[in-house]
Design a protein around this ligand. Structure first.
Ligand SMILES: Cc1cc2nc3c(=O)[nH]c(=O)nc-3n(C[C@H](O)[C@H](O)[C@H](O)COP(=O)(O)OP(=O)(O)OC[C@H]3O[C@@H](n4cnc5c(N)ncnc54)[C@H](O)[C@@H]3O)c2cc1C
Length: 242
């Protein structure tokens, strides 16, 4: 089951962004800038920066999430975001016997589809276990741990996209806003959309002005999806203006 947590983030993220932006246009030294930001409402200043599109100061604050219970299919999409750092549970080092898996809701609600899906999962699990056993038995390596690792390494080729994984991801605020724009959009696939929404809820609590109006582009601007637009801008604005 999807479980997303905010493990760590830059302390006082809105102050850090405000200091970085103010420094560009001020002759004041660092201490004075810090005092000025501490005494004023950094949040309002950050909001203004977002409005005028001065985004580079947002790169000085980062957010680290723990993500559990996403599919490898979702992982493949998440890791396309290059301005992010990842650590993912290894299928070379961690055995996947009786692995947990993500079932798409469309399959879950249809008995016939669900049966086919579960059979495929079971077949994959059985093949994985058999392959692990065969590869371990036939390995010429004398080290038990090394034997196991090389068996996992090759047996994993039969694991499905549905197989659950866990990871840690860190993004700076500028990248997160970009990520939310793409992945909260109705055009994004349902699983990564759900993940993005959970991440947005977490960061909005700790940096409300940085993430004000974050979400799909249509929340603060017009939709650029053209013919592919979902046409649900009003509904999206309602959902994301929380
Ligand atoms: C609805 C949807 C459908 C998709 N379908 C497909 C698909 O069918 N096939 C497919 O392969 N992918 C698909 N993708 C993935 C998509 O092509 C991107 O790889 C992914 O969304 C990451 O976006 P990005 O490159 O903007 O962001 P990031 O990698 O997060 O980068 C952020 C920004 O940094 C800049 N940047 C990063 N790296 C470079 C670089 N090397 N050079 C120049 N600028 C850079 C760009 O401005 C970029 O927008 C899809 C994505 C979405 C949201």
């Amino acid at each position: 089951m999807l479980n997303v947590s905010l493990i760590e983030y830059t302390a006082q993220p809105q102050n850090v962004v405000a200091i970085a932006a103010k420094l560009c246009y001020s002759g004041k030294n660092m201490q004075s800038l810090k005092e000025e930001v501490d005494s004023k409402d950094a949040g309002k200043f950050v909001e203004m920066l977002r409005e005028i599109g001065h985004e580079s100061p947002l790169e000085h604050v980062s957010f680290t999430f723990g993500v559990e219970g996403i599919s490898r299919a979702c992982l493949a999409q998440l890791t396309r975001h290059r301005i992010a750092s990842f650590n993912v549970q290894s299928q070379r080092y961690v055995g996947k016997e009786d692995f947990l898996f993500v079932m798409p809701p469309s399959i879950e609600k249809d008995e016939e589809a669900k049966e086919v899906f579960l059979k495929a999962i079971q077949a994959s699990n059985e093949a994985y276990k058999k392959l692990t056993k065969i590869l371990k038995q036939k390995s010429s390596n004398t080290d038990e741990k090394a034997k196991e690792k090389s068996a996992f390494e090759d047996a994993r080729y039969v694991l499905p996209n549905a197989c659950e994984t866990r990871l840690i991801v860190t993004m700076n605020a500028r990248e997160l806003l970009h990520f939310f724009e793409l992945r909260c959009c109705n055009r994004a696939q349902w699983e990564i959309r759900g993940l993005a929404f959970c991440m947005l809820k977490l960061v909005k609590k700790v940096a409300p002005q940085i993430f004000k109006s974050a979400g799909p582009r249509c929340v603060r601007d017009s939709c650029k999806e053209g013919k592919m637009s979902c046409g649900q801008m009003a509904k999206m604005r309602e959902i994301y203006n929380f």
